[in-house]
Design a binder for this molecule. Structure first.
Ligand code: VGL
Ligand code: ZN
Length: 226
């Protein structure tokens, strides 16, 4: 007999620095998705409700301030495994954000944190960019893999539902990584907003996610149930 289906909700990076009005890397209308996320947090159908927090040291490699002559949002750097120099993907540099001990790292107060079963931190290693809540794009347990997979596997989770900020970076990478870790993965579009919000950007993102096996659903989908 197949194992019973067990679902987890993953709320990615609903933090002050990703929200207007004061966030260092504010996603337009990002704060607004919290109302729908709170509705999801009230559902009893999720066995686990996990929030993630981007949690950087002050000199994190993803900050343009650490690379003289570069500019946040346009300059790029390459994500490298510091243990063996292996290069994975090229990605953007950012303004300083979600630095431990600052206001910007905090989960926004509107989020119903009393409903959460766990909070998972990521991006702790100065040397590596890690958008996915599971950890960096290479698999090296010695380098800042988060405890997320252990928490999900420990609870027998089969299906994950991903929402939060930002759609085109941490939400996308967490969803793709969840597939790769063997979970049936749903991304609820009503619960996310991207850094880049043009129609083309959003369509391209949807296509890429579907090709990778992530199921995009809306708030009205019957798979999202109380
Ligand atoms: C994120 C850029 C840099 C995210 C985190 O949470 O999507 N984006 N760090
Ligand atoms: Zn970050």
């Amino acid at each position: 007999m197949a194992a019973p289906k067990k679902s987890a909700l993953i709320v990615v990076d609903m933090q002050e620095d990703f929200c207007e009005p004061n966030g260092a890397l504010a996603v337009k209308d990002g704060r607004g998705v919290v109302n729908y996320i709170n509705e999801l947090l009230s559902y009893t159908g999720f066995s686990l409700k996990i929030a993630t927090q981007d949690f950087h040291p002050h000199d994190h490699i993803s900050f343009a301030s650490q690379h003289p002559g570069t500019k946040a949002f346009t300059s790029e750097h390459t994500i490298k495994n510091p243990e063996n120099g292996e290069e994975t993907q090229t990605t953007l540099l950012w303004p300083d954000h979600c630095v431990r001990g600052t206001k910007g790292v905090e989960l926004i107060p509107e989020l119903h944190q009393d409903k959460l079963s766990h909070t998972v931190h990521k991006g702790l290693d100065t040397r590596v960019e890690a958008y996915s809540a599971f950890g960096p794009p290479f698999r090296n347990p010695k380098i800042s893999m988060s405890e997320l997979d252990g928490i999900l596997k420990g609870a027998g989770i089969t299906d994950v539902f991903v929402v939060g900020l930002a759609y085109d970076f941490c939400v996308k990478c967490t969803a793709v990584d969840a597939m790769e870790h063997g979970y049936r993965t749903f991304l609820i579009e009503d619960g996310t907003k991207g850094v880049f919000q043009s129609k083309d950007a959003v369509e391209g993102l949807g296509k890429e996610l579907k090709e990778k096996g992530v199921e995009l659903v809306g708030a009205d989908s019957t798979v999202v149930q109380a």
